[in-house]
Design a protein around this ligand. Structure first.
Ligand code: C5P
Length: 399
């Protein structure tokens, strides 16, 4: 089931009494971490209301192709592109026929034509309809097209007859849907990443901060999600869009970042990557009002912030812990020291003395060090470096 974490399932519901089971299927899919959007045919709406499916999925249900409001929100092409899997449950005999022959006469059929994602159907119909030669011919066409067929099961039917044609139970559908996806490097793992600077207020308009764009942490979050992980990105104040499939928690101060990280570790995380440039100190007091520039000198008293990554590494539920070290000289030696002092499993270090790497740059080069080994990741885009670092983390994490 881990393979469904973060996967985007477009659930198509067609007309049949088994449509009521689709409501349970939405819940089951969400329980294992999948994102679900529902499309219903007119026939399906006769059996179960879109409102039910909307309430369960937490998103508007799409029912018609030519609805300008729905198209403006998430148009049919966008929906088709969004999906990692189009799952039609229940799939009626009529829908199987339309799908087999490439019809585009309603929203769901059109989506099936427009998507590049795999399509799976869970047929549900009266046993005579299932056995009918037309349905069986359509089934062959669908199989030839590479459409996955889940079931149907056999047994007593809503119409009182007994035979093949029952829709599989939601749990069985879930199992088969999971098998559509391959295991990836971080399938089923929870990865928590800190990114960006923290901001420590002196007064309502002034603060102490560190130089950090957050780009490396955001690229890592994206790479981890692409490697199949559930990702929580704990971000300081940065001006970056949230990568898709990533849960973002925005924080400002180091103590807020610390609290958010501890909460995530308490709840259970497998890998923790600290890319944030956390402010080492914060003002002992924050003035309630703007400090006036009346004197030539003012004195700020600063107090040390908690070391987040070191606290994570000491936690009883310690995840695989990765730190970062941006240095301007003796890069590897300083990083080695931090690896030991902060009890890390791995540290990624970069030389930020030049302008072509680190900080606000779109490129980076890292030396990754772990107890007993190291690897140089030469200059490349932050996206490429992130992918390589995630691969290294996944390999070391398994050891
Ligand atoms: O000690 P230094 O700041 O150089 O260490 C850098 C590493 O420690 C980075 O991974 C950074 O995210 C993390 N760090 C932290 N909490 C702090 C300071 C640094 O998590 N208060």
């Amino acid at each position: 089931m881990h393979r469904l974490v973060n996967k985007r399932i477009l659930l198509g519901v067609t007309g049949g009494i088994a449509a009521y089971k689709a409501a349970d299927l939405v819940r089951r899919l969400q329980d294992v971490g999948a994102q679900v959007r529902v499309v219903m045919t007119q026939g399906a709406c006769e059996f179960i209301t879109p409102l039910t499916m909307q309430a369960l999925s937490g998103h508007p249900v799409h029912t018609t192709l030519l609805d300008p409001t729905a198209e403006a929100a998430m148009g049919h092409i966008e929906l088709a592109r969004w999906a990692d899997l189009v799952l039609i449950a229940p799939a009626s005999a009529n829908f199987m026929a339309r799908l087999a022959h490439g019809h585009g006469n309603d929203l769901l059929a059109t989506l099936c034509l427009a998507t590049g994602a795999p399509i799976a159907i869970a047929p549900a119909m009266n046993q005579q309809m299932w056995a009918d030669t037309s349905t069986q011919k359509n089934l062959l066409i669908l199989q030839e097209k590479g459409i996955k067929i889940f079931g149907p099961g056999s047994g007593s039917q809503a119409c009182g007859e007994v035979g093949a044609g029952r829709m599989l139970e939601p749990l069985e559908i879930l199992q088969q849907a999971a098998e559509v996806f391959d295991y990836q490097l971080l399938t089923g793992k929870h990865v928590v990443i800190t990114a960006g600077p923290t901001r420590e207020a002196i007064d309502p308009v002034r603060y102490i901060t560190n130089k950090s764009s957050g780009k490396m942490g955001f690229a890592l979050a994206e790479a981890a999600a692409e490697a199949g992980a559930r990702v929580t990105l704990i971000a300081g104040p940065v001006n970056l869009p949230t990568p898709s499939r990533v849960d973002r928690v925005d924080v400002t101060r180091a103590t807020e970042m610390y609290d958010a990280c501890m909460k995530a570790v308490e709840e259970g995380c497998d890998v923790f990557v600290a890319t944030a440039a956390v402010s080492d100190y914060r003002p002992t007091v924050t003035a309630d009002h703007k400090i006036k520039k009346s004197t030539e000198e003012i004195h700020l008293t600063l107090v040390k912030n908690p070391d987040i990554v070191a606290s994570v590494a000491e936690h009883a539920k310690r995840p695989f812990t990765v730190g970062f070290a941006a240095e301007t000289r003796d890069v590897v030696a300083y990083a080695q020291g931090k690896l030991v002092n902060k009890k890390l499993d791995m540290i990624a270090t970069n030389d930020v003395s030049g302008s072509n790497v680190g900080f606000n740059s779109d490129n980076n080069a890292l030396t990754v060090i772990w107890p007993g080994g190291h690897k140089v990741l030469p200059l490349a885009s932050k996206a490429q470096i992130a992918k390589q670092l995630i691969e290294l983390i996944a390999i070391r994490y398994k050891d």
